[in-house]
Design a protein around this ligand. Sequence first.
Ligand code: SF4
Ligand code: SF4
Length: 488
Amino acid sequence: MSPLAPATDRPNAATDVLRWPLAGRVLRWRRFRTASQIVLLLIAIAIVLHGLWGSDLAPKNLATVLTWIHYRGLLIGALLAVGNVFCGACPMILVRDLGRRLHRPTRRWPRWLRGKWIALTLFASVLFAYELFDLWSLPAATAWLVVGYFAAALLVDTMFTGAAFCKHVCPVGQFNFIASTVSPIEIGVRQLAVCRTCSTADCIKGRYAEGAPATVVQRGCELALFLPAKVGNLDCTFCLDCVQACPHDNVGVHLRVPGDELVDDRRRSSIGRLSRRTDLAALALLFTFGALLNAFAMVGPVYTLEVGIARAMGTAREAPVLGLIFVLALGIIPLSLVSGAAWVTRRLTVTSALGIRDIAVRYAYAFVPFGVGVWLAHYGFHFLTGAGTLLPVLQSATIEATGRAVLGDPNWTWLGLRPGTVFPFQLGSVLLGALGSIVLVHLVSERDHPAAAARAAAPWSVVVVALTVLALWVLSQPMVMRGTGLGG
Ligand code: SF4
Ligand code: SF4
């Protein structure tokens, strides 16, 4: 049994999705993951083929429509409604598994590269490239991005053992991990007492063929999460390997309170304490301020800002201008805000033994619900106003591929909801997220500053409210076609 703090005991069958009649049977089906991976792999292949050889017009190409409208909208929706199911069905892992049959990895991911810093850099780089190159308008570039992603996963995971790509490299994975902290389900043990008597720990070690220790019968957790000490959803890809591996049928898929884990500072298997993980706190901030920046980059005022900065810098190139906006929005502004709020908290709670950095790291996680709200408002907008485009784009792609209207002639009037009708949804998403963040701010304050919780929470509540006002202002602005202002 692990020396780590134990996970939560959850013997209640009613809140264990694996024990529900239909959902439980589907999730327990051994081929469920492979089947869902194959579906997403076929979609990825269609994206690449149509992106490279289909229409150059983004609204008529599967690569741009499926990637930037449907995938992003469904991803954030699924994370909130169910959990990290897109990681569970990730087709790159299927391709990687096939690659590993040809080249078995032997090296361990270097200790000095562990953590989230590489993935954070890639996360920010993808956001930057998306804005700089206007990827949503480039089918071929989108297709190459997908190809590059598959190649990177294959390369990393045929060199290094475990799930090195998911855990340390993949920017989408980190987005999913941090967003899944507000998901309503979590994979975990049912009864800790069973784990205490378990002598095999197959949930992490896996099972091997008798007499052939190199032959894996069932994988254990590749993310190195030991189930009796697993807390929350961070780093969990919802692959369900642990469910299949546990010989005592002691792993369930449990309903829980969304966001609760963000104030849980127990030591987690393979993660440690959130309060000691500066990289995870940075991920929470990048996730939150990236949401604001990504939404801001699609509205009119960003054009005015870019022109103003370009004039001040004496350049007509977009890259340095956008670079400066990114440094400000993802670096200087968030760091100034959390440092300032932490400084005020320290001053108001004179008895606090925590330093400014420690206070900032502990509160950073409280921003996640607000960040999720902004991502949902933004991606949900594109999904709700553009979901209907899938049908005519599919019809058109079929004609391009076969020369015949197998699915009928494209009806380009299919779009989605009118933009104005979506604003109440966006308003609700942001306000609910902000409310969640305010609640977490108070819970962190009660945990870390019980004698002065209200005072400790004050500066952080002010920051959340200010960011909420900013988000609502951004979302109420008319959208523009960025990338035309500076000629690039
Ligand atoms: S294999 Fe099952 S019973 Fe054993 S430690 Fe893991 S979850 Fe617990
Ligand atoms: S094996 Fe690990 S990553 Fe997969 S569902 Fe279980 S805990 Fe999550």
